[in-house]
Structure formats: structure tokens, C-alpha cells
Design a protein around this ligand. Structure first.
Ligand code: ATP
Ligand code: MG
Length: 158
């Protein structure tokens, strides 16, 4: 029988902020543009820290900060763009959902999204899902799930 479940899931232990950023950096090095990355965790789990690593792995020197009040931030990474969304406490994403949908179609842009519950409808099925579980003050359990078309994103982590 044909195996339809070709998702790849990695479980990674992080003992400090640097570990989490290093995971992001390893992913960032593999990105080509056009990827969508959804990050989930409890408040303060380390999603923004992991996005900071992704930006660094892409070679961006732009400052990565939480887009909680601006909803979206854009970082330059060579010929690519990293667009970082955060829909925290936004019950109605309004026109930002249109901006997100437009950005998702751009092959030069990598989209990273925190608190994506209200925008699930526009997220592509082919996306990287990063979940961070807080297991202690400085420890985290990071789970990354990649569909078959995105296994290359996990190179260097496997
Ligand atoms: N192993 C770890 N990985 C990541 N962050 C850690 C770790 N240990 C401690 N921290 C701390 O947890 C916090 C993570 O903050 P960060 O803004 O990245 O989380 P977040 O998930 O984006 O938060 P929010 O839910 O507000 O968007 C930082 O203060 C960081 O120093
Ligand atoms: Mg954040």
C-alpha cells in the first residue's frame, strides 16, 4: 500500500535561548523563498526567538522583534524577504489577512506566523509547523513538522 504520510517530524530539546535560536538558524539556512512557517507555543515560549534564528540563518542582519503591536514586520535577507506576522489577540485580522494571503503567494518571500489561529483559512497545507513546549524556566521541547515537499527545510537538523 502506498504510504501517504510522508511528513517528517523532528523533536529537539532546547536548554536555553541560544539553542532555540540555533534551531531557527539551521532552518533559515535551508530556505529558498516561498515557504510558510507557522509557530505555536504558549505565551513567551520562544517563537520570536526562533524567528530571529531563521533571519540570521538567511543572512539577514535586520533586528527581529515581536510584531505584536504592528502585526507584521519585514526583514531583508539578501534577495529574499522574511515577513513576520503575529496575530496575538487579534480577534478579527481584518485587512491583514489579505496582506498575509498576498505575501504567501510570493516566491521571494518567506512567511513566519505567530498566533495564527484566526488566519488558519489562508494558510497553505504545505507549511512548516514549529511547536514549542515550555518544559522549564529555560528548557523547551521543539517539534518541527514538515510535509514531504519541505523536507529540505530540516537539513542539518536531522
Ligand atoms: N530555551 C529557550 N528558548 C527560547 N526562549 C527561552 C528559552 N529559555 C528562556 N527563554 C526566554 O523565553 C522568552 C521567549 O520570548 P519570545 O518573545 O521569543 O517568545 P514568544 O513565544 O515569541 O512570545 P509571545 O507569545 O509573546 O509571542 C525570552 O525571554 C527568552 O529569553
Ligand atoms: Mg512572539
Amino acid at each position: 500500500m502506498l504510504d501517504m504520510n510522508t511528513d517528517m517530524t523532528l523533536e529537539i530539546a532546547s536548554n536555553n535561548l541560544n539553542d532555540t535560536q540555533a534551531v531557527g538558524e539551521a532552518v533559515g539556512k535551508n530556505l529558498k523563498g516561498g515557504e510558510v512557517i507557522e509557530l505555536t507555543s504558549d505565551l513567551g515560549g520562544g517563537k520570536t526567538a526562533l524567528v530571529r534564528g531563521i533571519a540570521s540563518g538567511l543572512g539577514s542582519t535586520d533586528h527581529v522583534a515581536s510584531p505584536t503591536f504592528t502585526i507584521s514586520r519585514v526583514y531583508q535577507a539578501g534577495g529574499l524577504i522574511l515577513q513576520h506576522f503575529d496575530f496575538y489577540r487579534l480577534d478579527d485580522p481584518g485587512i491583514m489577512v489579505d496582506e498575509l494571503a498576498e505575501t504567501i503567494g510570493d516566491p521571494k518571500t518567506i512567511v513566519a506566523i505567530e498566533w495564527a489561529a484566526t488566519v488558519q483559512a489562508v494558510l497553505p497545507e504545505q507549511r512548516l509547523r514549529v511547536h514549542i513546549e515550555t518544559t522549564g524556566e529555560h528548557s523547551r521541547h521543539i517539534t518541527i513538522n514538515a510535509p514531504e515537499s519541505m523536507h529540505y527545510c530540516l537539513e542539518g537538523l536531522v
